[in-house]
Design a protein. Structure first.
Length: 222
């Protein structure tokens, strides 16, 4: 185990965690006057809610032993067998718990990104149910597809490029997700668009100005 690697991943985890309150202020500054408190609350509630969901079952579904190249199983439910020993499948120089905590930060920020489309469209209780279901049914499977051992996207062969036999050097034989481009940004963006289309206009649409409510909040969030 490398103490330097461990320290850096823990530092990185803390930096990623800071993105969520930053996002809360960014969205709050852009929201209408009546939605400011709800917007901030959504992001902070997600920090607590997803932390519990991640520890109980989401981490196991995302990174646990593969089931049909689609999702992980429940072997690591409640972080069973996830301890201080490194997991060589994912990160051989840091504790498994450190890797779990680092990935949890992404699991927190991703549904928080979706909340910008939910403010003014969803009741708070419904929002809580949505976040738990989205984390379980959307984030966890996609995380396993891309980053999990055995996930189908992570093991995708190059198709249709005209190669016969061995793939030439410089070409990947799997999907590469740079810093969560697929898992974080595409999943949250498509989900936000779908939510906006299904839920329709906000209740305040046409009754409040579209200008940002608090520009200093936007700057603080950025």
């Amino acid at each position: 185990m490398d103490t330097g690697d461990n320290a850096w991943i823990l530092t990185s985890s803390a930096l990623v965690l800071l993105m969520t309150p930053g996002l809360a202020f960014f969205y709050a500054g852009l929201a209408g006057r009546t939605n400011v408190v709800a917007t901030i609350m959504h992001s902070f509630i997600i920090v607590a809610l997803i932390s519990v969901v991640w520890v109980l079952w989401e981490y196991s579904l995302a990174f646990g032993p593969d089931v049909g190249h689609i999702i992980g199983n429940f072997s690591w439910f409640g972080l069973k067998d996830v301890g201080t020993d490194p997991n060589t499948d994912y990160a051989g120089t840091i504790p498994h718990l450190t890797f779990m905590a680092f990935q949890m930060m992404f699991a927190i920020i991703t549904p928080a990104l979706v909340t910008g489309a939910l403010v003014g469209r969803l009741k708070f209780k419904t929002f809580l149910v949505f976040v738990v279901l989205w984390a379980t049914l959307v984030y966890a499977p996609i995380a396993h597809w891309v980053w999990g051992i055995g996930g189908w996207l992570g093991n995708l062969n190059v198709i249709g490029l005209g190669f016969d036999g061995e793939i030439p050097a410089g070409y990947a034989n799997k999907a590469l997700d740079y810093a969560g481009g697929t898992l974080v940004h595409i999943s949250s963006g498509v989900s936000a668009l779908a939510a906006a289309l299904v839920l329709g206009r906000r209740r305040s649409f046409g009754r409040e100005p579209d200008a940002p409510h608090n520009v200093p909040f936007v700057v603080l969030g950025v």
